[in-house]
Design a protein. Structure first.
Length: 197
C-alpha cells in the first residue's frame, strides 16, 4: 500500500505541476487531489521543491530509457519522425521537464545556447548527427544551435495541446506537419550547399 500511495502522490504532483506550474502545486493541494492526508504527503516528501527535484530526476531518466527503446533507423528523416511522435506521446513528462527547467532556470548555468543543458535536446542532436553522417542534411549553424531550435519548435506544439491529447487523426497530422516542415528546411539547406559546391 505504501508504494502505491507514494506513486499516487508523485503522479498527481507531476500532473499538477505540468498543468498549473509551480504556483499551482502545494502540498495541501496535492493531498486534496490524491485523497491522501497532508501528514502522509509530508511523510513521503518534506516539501514541494524536493518532491519536484526527485520527480524531475526520475522523469528525465525514464524518458532517456524510453528513447533508447525507439526503433533504430539508418535514415535521419525516419529518426526525426519517430522523435516527434515520441515527444507527442510523452507530452505529460516532456511538459513537466520543460516547466521544471523554466521555473528553476537559476539552478542552471547560462552557456552559449542559453540555459537548457544540451541533454534537453540530445534526442534531436542525435538525429542531426545521423543526417550529417548519411549526407541527408547540411547545417548552417552548430549542431547544438540547430538541435535546440528544432526541439523548441516541436515542444511548442506540445504546450499548445497540453493538457489535452490530440485525437489519433490530429496526432498523425501533427507529426506529419511538424516533420514535413523541419525536414524540408533541413533538406533545402543540403540542396543549396550541394549547389554551391
Amino acid at each position: 500500500m505504501a508504494v502505491n500511495t507514494k506513486k499516487t502522490i508523485e503522479a498527481a504532483a507531476k500532473e499538477l505541476f505540468a498543468t498549473h506550474g509551480y504556483s499551482g502545486l502545494s502540498m495541501r493541494r496535492l493531498a486534496e487531489a490524491t485523497g491522501v492526508s497532508l501528514s502522509v504527503t509530508y511523510h513521503y516528501h518534506e516539501d514541494k521543491d524536493s518532491l519536484l527535484k526527485r520527480l524531475f530526476d526520475s522523469t528525465v531518466k525514464q524518458l532517456g530509457e524510453r528513447r533508447a527503446q525507439l526503433e533504430s533507423h539508418d535514415s535521419a528523416e525516419a529518426m526525426l519522425r519517430d522523435r516527434i511522435a515520441f515527444q507527442i506521446d510523452n507530452a505529460l513528462d516532456i511538459v513537466f521537464v520543460l516547466k521544471y527547467y523554466l521555473h528553476f532556470r537559476d539552478h542552471y548555468t547560462k552557456h552559449a545556447q542559453g540555459y537548457l543543458p544540451p541533454t534537453a535536446y540530445l534526442h534531436i542532436t542525435e538525429v542531426l548527427e545521423v543526417g550529417i553522417d548519411t549526407d541527408e542534411i547540411t547545417l548552417e549553424q552548430s549542431i547544438d544551435k540547430e538541435a535546440k531550435v528544432i526541439a523548441h519548435a516541436i515542444n511548442g506544439f506540445l504546450l499548445e495541446y497540453f493538457p489535452a491529447s490530440p485525437s489519433p487523426s490530429e496526432r498523425e497530422d501533427l507529426i506529419s506537419s511538424i516533420h514535413g516542415f523541419i525536414w524540408r528546411a533541413l533538406e533545402r539547406r543540403g540542396a543549396l550547399s550541394n549547389t554551391a559546391n
